[in-house]
Design a protein. Sequence first.
Length: 72
Amino acid sequence: MRNSLREKIIDVCDKKVAQKGTNVGLSFYAFFANKNDDPELLMEAANWWIITHKLDHFEKAIKIKNLVQTGQ
Protein backbone atom coordinates (compact mmCIF):
# COMPACT_ATOMS: atom_id res chain seq x y z
CA MET A 1 0.00 0.00 0.00
CA ARG A 2 1.39 3.39 -0.93
CA ASN A 3 2.26 5.76 1.89
CA SER A 4 -0.24 8.43 0.84
CA LEU A 5 -3.11 5.95 1.19
CA ARG A 6 -1.76 4.63 4.49
CA GLU A 7 -1.59 8.19 5.89
CA LYS A 8 -5.06 9.02 4.60
CA ILE A 9 -6.58 5.92 6.21
CA ILE A 10 -4.97 6.67 9.58
CA ASP A 11 -6.13 10.30 9.41
CA VAL A 12 -9.73 9.38 8.54
CA CYS A 13 -9.83 6.70 11.26
CA ASP A 14 -8.54 9.19 13.84
CA LYS A 15 -11.13 11.78 12.84
CA LYS A 16 -14.02 9.30 12.89
CA VAL A 17 -13.03 7.96 16.32
CA ALA A 18 -12.69 11.52 17.67
CA GLN A 19 -16.15 12.41 16.32
CA LYS A 20 -18.09 9.25 17.12
CA GLY A 21 -16.06 7.18 19.60
CA THR A 22 -14.09 3.94 19.49
CA ASN A 23 -17.07 1.89 18.34
CA VAL A 24 -17.45 3.71 15.01
CA GLY A 25 -17.41 1.59 11.86
CA LEU A 26 -16.53 2.57 8.32
CA SER A 27 -16.05 1.14 4.85
CA PHE A 28 -13.16 1.72 2.46
CA TYR A 29 -15.32 4.31 0.70
CA ALA A 30 -14.79 6.58 3.75
CA PHE A 31 -11.32 7.38 2.42
CA PHE A 32 -12.55 8.87 -0.87
CA ALA A 33 -14.68 11.74 -2.13
CA ASN A 34 -18.08 10.96 -3.60
CA LYS A 35 -16.72 11.31 -7.11
CA ASN A 36 -14.17 8.80 -8.33
CA ASP A 37 -11.22 11.05 -9.13
CA ASP A 38 -8.51 8.42 -8.52
CA PRO A 39 -9.73 4.97 -9.61
CA GLU A 40 -6.33 3.32 -9.17
CA LEU A 41 -6.13 4.43 -5.53
CA LEU A 42 -9.72 3.33 -4.94
CA MET A 43 -8.95 -0.10 -6.37
CA GLU A 44 -5.81 -0.35 -4.26
CA ALA A 45 -7.87 0.31 -1.12
CA ALA A 46 -10.60 -2.09 -2.25
CA ASN A 47 -8.09 -4.84 -2.98
CA TRP A 48 -6.43 -4.38 0.43
CA TRP A 49 -9.83 -4.38 2.19
CA ILE A 50 -11.64 -7.14 0.27
CA ILE A 51 -9.01 -9.46 -1.22
CA THR A 52 -6.07 -9.19 1.17
CA HIS A 53 -7.93 -8.99 4.49
CA LYS A 54 -11.41 -10.31 3.57
CA LEU A 55 -13.00 -7.63 5.72
CA ASP A 56 -16.73 -7.03 6.03
CA HIS A 57 -18.23 -3.99 4.32
CA PHE A 58 -18.15 -2.06 7.62
CA GLU A 59 -15.34 -2.53 10.13
CA LYS A 60 -14.30 -0.71 13.30
CA ALA A 61 -12.07 2.27 12.56
CA ILE A 62 -9.65 1.25 15.31
CA LYS A 63 -9.26 -2.20 13.72
CA ILE A 64 -8.48 -0.68 10.32
CA LYS A 65 -6.03 1.81 11.80
CA ASN A 66 -4.24 -1.00 13.64
CA LEU A 67 -3.95 -3.11 10.46
CA VAL A 68 -2.52 -0.16 8.54
CA GLN A 69 -0.09 0.85 11.29
CA THR A 70 1.26 -2.68 11.68
CA GLY A 71 1.83 -2.91 7.93
CA GLN A 72 -0.60 -5.70 7.28
